[in-house]
Design a protein around this ligand. Sequence first.
Ligand SMILES: CCCCC/C=C\C/C=C\C/C=C\C/C=C\CCCC(=O)SCCNC(=O)CCNC(=O)[C@H](O)C(C)(C)COP(=O)(O)OP(=O)(O)OC[C@H]1O[C@@H](n2cnc3c(N)ncnc32)[C@H](O)[C@@H]1OP(=O)(O)O
Ligand SMILES: Cc1cc2nc3c(=O)[nH]c(=O)nc-3n(C[C@H](O)[C@H](O)[C@H](O)COP(=O)(O)OP(=O)(O)OC[C@H]3O[C@@H](n4cnc5c(N)ncnc54)[C@H](O)[C@@H]3O)c2cc1C
Length: 661
Amino acid sequence: MDKNNERECNEDLIRERRKCNFNIEELTNIVDGGKARTARRREIQRLLINDPEFLDEIPQDYMSHEDRYSNELRKSAHLMQKLADQESGHDIHQDIGALTGILKDGNPLMVHLSMFIPAILGQANSEQQEKWLGRSLRNEIIGTYAQTELGHGTFVRGLETRATYDPTVEEFVLHTPTITATKWWPGGLGKTCNYCVVMAQLYTQGRCYGPHPFIVQLRDEETHRSLPGITLGEIGPRLGLNSNDNGFLKFENHRIPRTNMLMKHSQVLKDGTYVKPLHNKLSYGTMMLVRVGIVGACSRSLQYAVTIATRYSAVRHQSEIVPGQPEPQILDYQTQQYKVIPQIASVFALIFSARSLSKIQSSVTAKLKDGNTDLLPELHSLSSGLKALSSSDASWGVEVCRLACGGHGYLASSNLPRTYTGTTCAITYEGENTVLLLQVARYLIKSYRSIGKETGASSVSYLADQTSLASSSSSFSNKALVQAFKLSALSLVAEAEARLQKLCDMGQEFYHAWNYCSVLLLKCAEAHTRYYICEKYEQTVDSLKASEGVKNVLQSLCRLYLIYHITLTHGDFLKCGALTPRNIAVLEGEMCDLLAVLRPQAVSIVDAFDIPDELLGSTLGCWDGNVYQRLYDEALKSPLNKTDVPDAYYKYLLPLMKSSL
Ligand SMILES: CCCCC/C=C\C/C=C\C/C=C\C/C=C\CCCC(=O)SCCNC(=O)CCNC(=O)[C@H](O)C(C)(C)COP(=O)(O)OP(=O)(O)OC[C@H]1O[C@@H](n2cnc3c(N)ncnc32)[C@H](O)[C@@H]1OP(=O)(O)O
Ligand SMILES: Cc1cc2nc3c(=O)[nH]c(=O)nc-3n(C[C@H](O)[C@H](O)[C@H](O)COP(=O)(O)OP(=O)(O)OC[C@H]3O[C@@H](n4cnc5c(N)ncnc54)[C@H](O)[C@@H]3O)c2cc1C
């Protein structure tokens, strides 16, 4: 699509784009993280879009389960080949965002890229990396991360798969003792992978040392047949991501060499002696890494959905505002603006938090190299909280965008259903959100109770700020609103701690008291993480070196985000005195003003996300706004439309209709 050719474009969209009062390219660079990254992303996307191998012969929704898998595997393999062929020494992980949308319903090689390779990097020692890293980066071996079992996903300590060391032959014996110990869910495990990292309970010298990672060959490298002692398969259709061949795996006393235990952090020596790690949660490192990646991935899903919903809302006309006047664009309804524009604001909140989290992750990783694990709990808490809020915000945001498109949003061709199913899974995988938020709460209560002790953990330092409880601000700068989030989080933590203490004082065991307070603890964790997101949003926009137009748009979006979230949880702000009922009413009024200010810029802001039509894959969201023709053309692709009268008519309907004659 030639973006300079207005003749092919819907008139409403032309008018919307003429209202733009900021530099779109500059905003695109901010979204990408710099000019060079924009250029790199575009280069990759062009490479993919211009390649006919990525086209589907028929829409995936009309394919069988097997054909879908095979079609996505064809494209995934081609993608890996293509990226490997490029000369410019690229880092796929840096560019993972550029690939969004090229595969339509999951990628059978995704867990190879996002977990198997990172697990080797993070858990294998140098000899082991020498053996497996190069081969996996060159895709000579394809792996997955097999942790979850039928009986346990959340409670990693409860895993049942055993790895028992046999010092006589220096081997581990992998065994699945019960049906509930069957590995269940790993992406690509069913049919694609020939290797995997298995998390299993380590037994040596008669003792269990808890879950540890092992690298295991699953299939013959020549024939791809599963090896003796290994039972493998796919787990069946899912809500979405149906091309990922999520699999099951059982071991029957399957032997692997001792050196297949990933030994960067803990080791089992030849005689079976266990050498413990610097920190006993280092074996959970792969999960933490992916949680960080998920925050960025969620922002991208939301960019897709909000681009579709905003453009469609500018093209679609329905009903009337002024009686008797022409039907307005639905984007002119304040309620429609309230659906769509806060989701645009949310995209930037997630982008800025993801960047801040990545920086913290890099510094913690650097410290870990020097043997310093002090900030691991801080990173665990932040990555857990941000993974949870980003996935639930993005899933809800995508669903709101679908609802904002009325009936057409329910059509597969809008690409909103698939965007939703591809996002909501992140609420569950890589640590179910409730469970991760309770981990954050655990950290908050512990930090609150150790006020006065210097831990160096900056995300919770505000908990020591007892004076701020009494001094609520009456001014309404963005900074003041962020302070209100801080007060709200602090007061919820104080309340939860007091409630826990009271129950314990009344004789309850701490763990019962914890469960009894867990709804409140969840709120604490959400409020704390929301405060973190708001603070990063405000600081990033405030310190941004940008033109006035871009800065104004981002300031308005940031303010909208702050007020929107205050109104969603206003009870918490009132309860702690951070805001008064009058303050809330004023802010609610201002939120509507902000919607009106941002409305004329909405199409241009989503244009700045710069998602090519070929990747957006939506009849409703295309750049030219030619929605109705596209809907009609897509409908014609239905196999039911190949004949006027389907066979099923003769088989079932005709007999029914004639049965009473
Ligand atoms: C190169 C980069 C590439 C990055 C990738 C990029 C992009 C990715 C983007 C998108 C991803 C896309 C595709 C991937 C697709 C699918 C992937 C899905 C894969 C999976 O789905 S794969 C399975 C994941 N499955 C889980 O996610 C299980 C969740 N369940 C747990 O994770 C634990 O089970 C937990 C934490 C609930 C309880 O664990 P527990 O029972 O052992 O611990 P407990 O509660 O007793 O806590 C004792 C003390 O340990 C601390 N602690 C705990 N964890 C820590 C950690 N990680 N670090 C530091 N400290 C930690 C506590 O804070 C506490 O500290 P304290 O005592 O001081 O309070
Ligand atoms: C699309 C998809 C891809 C996946 N890919 C992989 C993969 O590649 N590799 C892999 O190993 N796994 C994978 N998984 C599995 C995933 O990691 C687990 O499903 C997830 O960790 C949740 O565990 P669970 O299914 O046991 O849920 P459960 O823990 O049984 O959760 C059920 C309910 O119990 C609640 N609950 C559980 N424990 C607590 C608690 N302590 N406190 C309060 N409430 C609690 C939860 O909040 C939830 O409401 C994948 C899952 C999906 C959906």
